[in-house]
Design a protein around this ligand. Structure first.
Ligand code: NAD
Length: 482
């Protein structure tokens, strides 16, 4: 017997989607079906926006300190259920349990930062802007806000948005990825216990149709999107065309630079984790390794050694370093990139296809390609899987040429013991999340998160101060009393 499709959460109640189609959710480590996501339709988005619109007047008038208390409650519930949520993430996504735990921790940190709303929402004031005239600026919530999330961080990415939007006095509609709906189901069960009035937070499951209805809906004031560059661009164009405030985070092709003076003993394990952690399904994952000058052969050999030693298996099992990728289709796509790389003349220093892997599930062995050029498919396209492409260069200057030529600019890192090289790298890198001897340069919840160029469409980034900017409008009042 098939499990019933998951319900949407609208106006404080779990309700069936009015869509008639569903897609199966799989445990990528076993291939087993674990749930069914309803492909909701425009009418479901209409219902969620109606509930959020009805809740807005009361919620926006609720004192910020009271709104913040609901997020303190949410944070306490998340702490109490962190392990359970991490296990759900591993079951629906495939990443190892430790990786899932780390992502839940990052999610909770977003709620912690949002709890600072009473201070973060304060405005400015100046007396005597003219004789006897005073001026104040205040932040006010903007209305119904929505977010559309990707598959790769099912628990964390939605919390880049929801706590900040809600604590700022807005009401909210979330569309999780249809591939990983279960950790958000759990989080909304916890949100039900947070004294939020009905309609403040709403969950609508589905795919493209729901995203497009969100972009077009006249009742939604702001849209946050995270996903691939092609969809980020389309969502940005469509939702801004409909007059909304939009931030759309796209795909990546991240350069990891190794200087000849890098401490390889300490750097290679970190670099290897950057390329193969979460099976390469991170927007901040290393994608192109750029060894500078004479370090090339040693950096390659040690990366190969590290990748070969990784234990690939069910992320729920202790000792596993890398889980499966999200789906059979994505596994085949990643393997297609490996085939293209070999066909286009890159040298396979480690062929993940030859590894013995679990029979069930969507596993891909880690691969390393050497002698990759930007013209090759694997040299410029986002693979989003456990495939490292090595693109050696002679000088640090050549690194900047490579970066300048690539349209994506999400994250990048340099491994070096030279402060001068690190400083120049941070100054000139095109990407806007930069690591120095750090493999995954993920800004903490109190700093802005987001890339540049085709990795980010919009201006205000995610979490930190930018979140409070994005979710509020500034009203200036100039007063004179006769
Ligand atoms: P995706 O673009 O396929 O889907 C993202 C979301 O958009 C999903 O909710 C999906 O249902 C919806 N969607 C899919 N096609 C759509 C369409 N044509 N119109 C409107 N909505 C549509 O991305 P994904 O495969 O879920 O996630 C992986 C991608 O996300 C990678 O490219 C990765 O780099 C990127 N990502 C970026 C960041 C970042 O911070 N820049 C963070 C995480 C993931």
């Amino acid at each position: 017997m098939q499990a019933p499709p998951l319900s949407n959460f609208i106006g404080g109640r779990w309700v069936p989607s009015t869509g008639t189609r569903t897609i199966d959710v799989h445990n990528p480590a076993t291939g087993q079906t674990i749930a069914r996501t309803p492909l909701s339709v425009g009418a479901d988005v209409d219902a969620a926006v109606a509930a959020a619109t009805a809740a807005f007047p009361g919620w926006s008038e609720t004192p910020p300190v009271v709104r913040a208390r609901t997020m303190f409650t949410f944070k306490a519930l998340l702490e109490a259920h962190a392990e359970e949520i991490a296990r759900i993430v591993t079951t629906e996504h495939g990443k190892t349990l430790d990786e899932s735990r780390g992502s839940v921790r990052r999610a909770i940190e977003c709620v912690e930062v949002a709890c600072g709303a009473p201070s973060m929402l304060m405005g400015d004031a100046l007396e005597n802007v003219g004789s006897g005239i005073d001026c104040t600026s205040m932040r006010q919530p903007i209305g119904v806000c929505a977010a559309i999330a990707p598959f790769n961080f099912p628990a964390m990415v939605p919390l880049w948005f929801l706590p900040f939007a809600v604590v700022s006095g807005n009401t909210f509609v979330l569309k999780p990825s249809e591939q990983v709906p279960l950790s958000q189901k759990k989080m909304f069960e916890l949100l039900e216990q947070c004294d939020l009035p009905p309609g403040v937070v709403n969950l609508v499951h589905g795919g493209r149709e729901v995203s497009e209805a969100i972009c077009d809906h006249p009742g939604i004031r702001a849209v946050s999107f995270v996903g691939s560059t092609a969809v980020a661009r389309a969502v940005y164009q469509r939702a801004t065309h409909a007059g909304k405030r939009v931030q759309a985070l796209g795909g990546a092709k991240n350069f990891i630079v190794v200087m000849p003076d890098a401490d390889l003993d300490r750097s290679i394990p970190i670099i290897s984790e950057s390329f193969y952690g979460c099976a390469g399904e991170r927007c901040l994952a290393g994608s192109i390794l750029v060894p500078v000058g004479p370090v090339h052969a040693e950096a390659r050999d040690r990366l190969v050694e590290s990748a070969r030693a990784m234990k690939v298996g069910d992320g729920m099992e202790a000792g596993v370093d890398m889980g499966p990728v999200i789906s059979a289709a994505h596994r085949d796509r990643v393997l297609g990139f490996v085939e293209r790389g070999a066909a286009e003349g890159a040298q396979l220093a480690l062929d993940g296809r030859t590894r013995t892997l679990p029979k069930e599930g969507y596993f891909v062995g880690p691969s390393v390609f050497d002698a990759v050029t930007p013209a090759m498919t694997i040299g410029h396209e986002e693979i989003f899987g456990p495939v490292a492409a090595i693109c050696p260069v002679e000088r640090l200057e050549d690194v900047f040429t490579l970066m300048e030529a690539h349209p994506n600019a999400n994250a990048t890192s340099i491994f070096t013991s030279s402060g001068k090289a690190a400083r120049e790298f941070a100054h000139r890198a095109t990407a806007s999340m930069v690591g120095v001897n750090i493999g995954v340069a993920a800004p903490m919840a109190y700093f802005p998160f987001g890339g540049a160029r085709d990795s980010f469409f919009g201006d205000l980034k995610v979490h930190g101060r930018d979140a409070f900017e994005f979710y509020t409008d500034k009203k200036v009042t100039i007063s004179r009393w006769f």
